[in-house]
Design a protein around this ligand. Structure first.
Ligand code: G4P
Length: 535
């Protein structure tokens, strides 16, 4: 296979959803098709294996939520698939955000009974801001659900995107018995066995006028299906690849991940329609995946993935060139050369050393503390720089200190590693060495920080909330002595040594801005590359 064919067969995507919509179940079903895991496919099996597969951290087991993203790779129908799992909890939107910077498309899972939910809305916005194609999988159609036209209206009203149903649920009043494939003009029915409310997965397929299909459907269901299909033909949006690729239209699929109904057809169609790696922007201009010079950026750092080894892994998304094991690359931010000697790839249940990887692939490399989230690695002879990731404005602040001063070393080590991971925002106060100020989008981030410092660095910490709710950066990093009206502000410095002004509320922030009209205030750190050294 040529390099260009290798690139074109890559599909790198994330699955996004509100918690409980079925993202984990769908991910596992997709893995099953790729032969990446061998499960019976039942929910029970999934339950016992799910943590082993995609949830690494102990805290996730305890709380039953997914707080970290994982990466899984498998082959299907000639495609090389990289799925970047995203955490479902609202407090981890920042981690999710970064993951979404590394994908070429996204699958949005919606619960048929609930429609678009709060978290789906947030995640969708991130995807649509990036203009990446979004495919929608309406899950749980084995269950009672909403009318599909209402779901389409919901998607349009809440998310502002039109949808184009690729298949259509068969059934009335939310009681579904199968799906109709609009392209192939085939009905697929699942046969219900109502004993204990369980639905057996016995699929019958055929044309709408096939006597076997007709025999399974009531007159009401058949006529409603025919009416719906007619209406979709006349008034629905036709499939338009161009609009899909710009993120203006979402192909809509109905199915049930748990009963494995409609998942395979979804996967196949998705792979056909989803884009391979495309051009990316850098400070030096566009780079295409086919460009021969290697480039990649760090979208995630995770310390202690293997608690036995205290390792730290930086996840890189390859954007151009071919990566070969052992290559020496330039770390753009420090100007140092790095030898990527033990690159890892993540194959569902295990890590493997990778010999060669292509644009679209994700590799994990052991990092000694050099790399930060958003950093670029590239070839020395053709340096490029990916722009920093946007940071969510923090809304909660606390003072973080070790319970015992004897543990100061571990404390500093843990805090600096977790800060580099981007797990939380960490600020220093001038002249205060014993504690840090931490900023988060949600309370859970504080809890995870506390837990991880205890578990991974063996330091018990105090997290005392402080009563600030807004942070302001300034364009050009204006120092405090040049500002007036800082009486109610706390001055701290972020990990790139930029001054940050913490204020009790939005009103006070507005007042500060009012009094310093010549200064441009920012709610999150300015974008750009502030850490280039030695180039
Ligand atoms: P998430 O990752 O988006 O949070 O959702 P997850 O896959 O964990 O699924 C949430 C719940 O929804 C699970 O039930 C799962 O079994 C169920 N589910 C997923 N897909 C379907 C489907 O197609 N039909 C139906 N009826 N249910 C589905 P749970 O009871 O919360 O967890 P578990 O005890 O099954 O693990």
């Amino acid at each position: 296979m040529t390099d260009s064919e290798e690139i074109k067969r890559r599909r790198t995507f994330a699955i996004i959803s509100h918690p409980d919509a079925g993202k984990t179940t769908l991910t596992e079903k997709l893995l099953l098709y790729g032969g990446a895991i061998h499960l019976a496919g039942s929910v029970k099996a999934r339950k016992t294996s799910r943590y082993a597969v995609s949830d690494w951290m102990e805290i996730e087991k305890q709380r039953g939520i997914s707080v970290t993203s994982s990466v899984l790779q498998f082959d299907y129908n000639g495609c090389r698939i990289n799925i970047l799992d995203t955490p479902g909890h609202a407090d981890f939107s920042e981690d999710t955000y970064r993951t979404l910077m590394a994908v070429d498309s996204a699958v949005m899972v919606i619960d048929v009974a609930k429609g678009v939910e709060a978290q789906t809305k947030k995640l969708f916005k991130v995807c649509s801001d990036r203009g990446i194609p979004i495919f929608t999988f309406v899950n749980k159609i084995d269950h009672f659900g909403k009318n599909p036209f209402d779901l389409m209206a919901d998607i349009e009203d809440v998310l502002g995107i039109r949808s184009c149903p690729m298949n259509w649920p068969i059934g009335v009043n939310g009681d579904y018995t199968g799906i109709y494939d609009r392209e192939k003009k085939l009905c697929h029915l699942f046969v219900k066995d109502n004993a204990h409310g369980v639905k057996k997965l016995e699929v019958i397929s055929g044309r709408i006028d096939d006597p076997e299909i007709v025999s399974h459907l009531s007159e009401e269901v058949l006529s409603s299906l025919k009416d719906d299909l007619e209406l979709l033909e006349e008034a629905g949006d036709p499939f338009d690849k161009d609009k899909v690729s710009k993120g203006e239209l979402t192909p809509l699929f109905f199915g049930s991940a748990m009963t494995n109904f409609g998942v395979q057809t979804f996967l196949e169609k998705y792979l056909e329609l989803a884009p391979p790696p495309e051009e990316r922007e850098t400070l030096e201009g566009h780079i295409a995946p086919e460009d021969p010079a290697f480039s990649a950026f760090v979208f995630k750092i995770q310390a202690n993935m293997d608690p036995k080894h205290h390792d730290r892994i930086a996840f890189l998304r390859i954007c151009s060139g071919i990566f070969e094991k052992g290559a020496s690359v330039l770390h753009r931010q420090s100007g140092k050369m790095l030898r990527l000697s033990q690159p890892q790839q993540f194959l569902a249940t295990e890590r493997q050393t990778v010999e060669k990887a292509y644009p679209g692939d994700i590799i994990g490399i052991f990092d000694t503390g050099e790399l930060g989230v958003g950093d670029t690695v590239c070839e020395k002879k053709s340096p490029v720089t990916f722009i920093d990731f946007p940071v969510f404005p923090p809304e909660l602040f606390a003072r973080l200190s070790p319970e015992s001063s004897m543990k100061r070393k571990q404390f500093l080590n843990g805090v600096s590693q977790l800060a580099q991971e981007g797990a939380i925002q960490i600020y220093k106060q001038p002249y205060i060495m014993e504690s840090f100020i931490i900023g988060a989008v949600g309370q859970l981030q504080f809890e995870v920080m506390k837990y991880r410092l205890e578990k991974e660095y063996n330091v018990t910490v105090n997290v005392e909330p402080i009563s600030y709710t807004c942070a302001r950066w300034t364009e050009g990093d204006v120092p405090p002595e040049e500002l007036i009206g800082l009486d109610n502000a706390m001055v701290v410095y972020d990990r790139r040594e930029r001054p940050v002004y913490l204020l009790p509320n939005a009103w006070q922030a507005g007042w500060l801005e009012e009094r310093n009209k010549d200064v441009v205030f920012l709610q999150s750190p300015p974008l750009g590359v502030t850490r280039l050294e030695g180039n």
